[in-house]
Design a protein. Sequence first.
Length: 389
Amino acid sequence: MSGVGIGQRPENRRQRVVKSLWTGIWLVYLSAPVSDLLHGGHPPGVRLLGWIGLAAFVAWYMVLVFRTGRGERNTLILGSLGVLAAQSTVLALTLGREWLVLFVYVSIASGAALPARLARWTIPAASALMAAVALTVPGGRAYLASLLIPALLGGFAMTGVRELVRTTIALREARATVAQLAANEERLRLARDLHDLLGHSLSLITLKSELAGRMLPDHPDKAAQQVADIEQVSRQALVDVREAVTGYRRPRLTAELAGARAALTAAGITAEIPAEPALGDLPEQTESALAWALREAVTNVVRHSSARRCTVELLHRHTLDGPVLELVVEDDGTGTPTPTPDQGNGLTGLTERLTQTGGTLEAVPTPHGFRLTARTPLAPPSGAAEPGS
């Protein structure tokens, strides 16, 4: 990048040179003082002092404008502007009306370096000082009309440029913040998906491995079948992980019901799951949220509950807020921990998914086991986005 964008500080030597050139190009309007020094007929000593004064003015002006927006205190900037105004007054009074143009640079520097609440006073003040000096310098009245308007317009125009720079900086910072938040959200989605995918699949692989180990001495054929199932589950898990990483995977509720039945059966738990539930045409967001809830609930039953029976129900209910689809997973075990939202990544992720659909998650112990209830509206709330999209 060879240039410097609005609101960006130069980061290397080339960018500093470019900014210096853009700032210094406006010094072309100092041709009147330069012409006066070359052809004004001043004595050599006065001419030398004039060149020194002009060089000091330009250097001070460039430093002030170049360092605009670097956090200097307003009192320091006001002091610098006072020095520029004093230099302009002395040079104009001693060398003549051609030097009145310096006040235009004082006004522009005020607009560029000061906030608007101060610049609205310093710009008229610089213009008024120029008018007072012009009325004192011989022939200055003729120059006043051609310099007063540029001083006022140039100064106030620079206040607009300063606000534009500040707005651009704020937009860049906001864009960086949004990008960071989006990256964090994507990392959270990926972690949530991987937990749900691998927790279920690895639990099933563990169960089938234990079954194969127990069957191997006496029932090698059955053990071989379990090993084949392990291979199939691991391959499917690999496919699911790849799809989750690329962001295209959306779990289907019917597939999760079949997977839940297989996982519970492999764990020796009697599964009461509807074979062909009447789901209808579910919104994608609703189906995904309930599918993840079913997978997490069944995984917890298999891993923690020590249950003998697990019941899964899908119920259509009508509430004051409209129709909802309710998923209930209930077991008769004793080993499931109380899953409050701050316990475990799985239930935290489910709560986040259901919240995005306008739904709720309820996980409570019962007198004979544990029940997880996930509810989500059949019509997603307006503005809701597909998780991970």
